[in-house]
Design a protein around this ligand. Structure first.
Ligand SMILES: [Ca+2]
Ligand SMILES: [Ca+2]
Ligand SMILES: [Ca+2]
Ligand SMILES: [Ca+2]
Length: 294
């Protein structure tokens, strides 16, 4: 049995108390039934599985010069300082397109594909293939109203200001599930599936499929200790304060690996796989499926 990260004695001092009534109201709101948007259809599982059979890329986006550096593939300038990297397969050709979302103008710049306004400054981009057509959909989660704005698919209220959006396929039905991690109470709210207390305020949610059953596993990485808590699977110390956890399957076995990027030495520490120098302090570490359109 692994340690329960919700153990109260480990609560960081910065954890804020939430008034009982307010919390109850918040939970009631977030659990309120939402009309199912019919457009959130099933994703062909084969398409997803095929994509993850190859090792993920090791890459960084460098905000200071707007350049992407893909290890073994090359470097491409695309984007500006302040942009949020949102690489994904937007046109359905099974190659990852370089893309950035620019908070200042709310536009998605998708290299070689399109420039599309979608979202407002303050939104959090959450691109995923929500309708299962093989193309990543433009989507933002808006903290101020807790709504998911998924272009051409649906607008769905799920979550509250302060939440961290964590959309994944948690039940393995091939559909991306809307979900948020709420730092204030360390709880995961997975729409239509479950409400799961797991983690503490200050933890970084790292939902991935760690055991290869094609379901995203709930997990958090704790910056203060470098410990990964993967629900029902393992508790492992990997990384240290200052590191940035990175998702990805770096050896192509269809299971997510524990990996961190260390800004202080520019190295990737991938457990059981490799230690790789790639990047500089200030870079944003990225990992994508192997096929990238450069
Ligand atoms: Ca889509
Ligand atoms: Ca699902
Ligand atoms: Ca899993
Ligand atoms: Ca792996």
């Amino acid at each position: 049995m692994h340690a329960n990260p919700s153990t109260r004695r480990r609560t960081p001092p910065r954890r804020r108390a939430v008034a009982g009534a307010a919390l109850a109201a918040a939970v009631a709101t977030v659990l309120a039934p939402v009309a199912a948007p019919g457009a959130l259809a099933a994703t062909p599982e084969a398409a997803q599985v095929t994509q993850v059979r190859q090792p993920s890329t090791i890459a960084v986006f460098r905000p200071s010069n707007g350049t992407w550096y893909f290890r073994g593939l090359g470097a491409v300038g695309y984007g500006l300082p302040g942009d949020v990297p949102v690489a994904g397969d937007y046109n359905g050709d099974r190659r990852v397109d370089l893309a950035v979302w620019r908070p200042s103008d709310g536009k998605w710049y998708i290299r070689g594909v399109a420039i599309v306004p979608w979202g407002l400054n303050g939104d959090i981009p959450v691109p995923r293939d929500y309708n299962g057509d093989g193309r990543v959909d433009l989507a933002v989660w808006r903290p101020s109203d807790g709504k998911w704005y998924i272009r051409g698919v649906a607008t769905v209220p799920w979550g509250l200001n302060g939440d961290i959006p964590v959309p994944r396929d948690y039940n393995g039905d091939g559909r991306v599930d809307l979900a948020v991690f709420r730092p204030s109470n360390g709880t995961w709210y997975i729409r239509g599936i479950a409400t799961v207390p797991y983690g503490l305020n200050g933890d970084i949610p790292v939902p991935r499929d760690y055991n290869g059953d094609n379901r995203a596993d709930i997990g958090v990485w704790r910056p203060s200790t470098g410990i990964w808590y993967i629900r029902g699977i393992s508790t492992v110390q990997w990384g240290r304060p200052g590191d940035i956890p990175v998702g990805g399957d770096f050896n192509g076995d269809n299971k997510a690996d524990l990996a961190v990027f260390r800004p202080s030495d520019g190295r990737w520490y991938i457990r059981y796989v490799a230690t790789v120098p790639w990047g500089l302090r200030g870079d944003i570490p990225l990992s994508t499926p192997a096929r990238v359109a450069l």
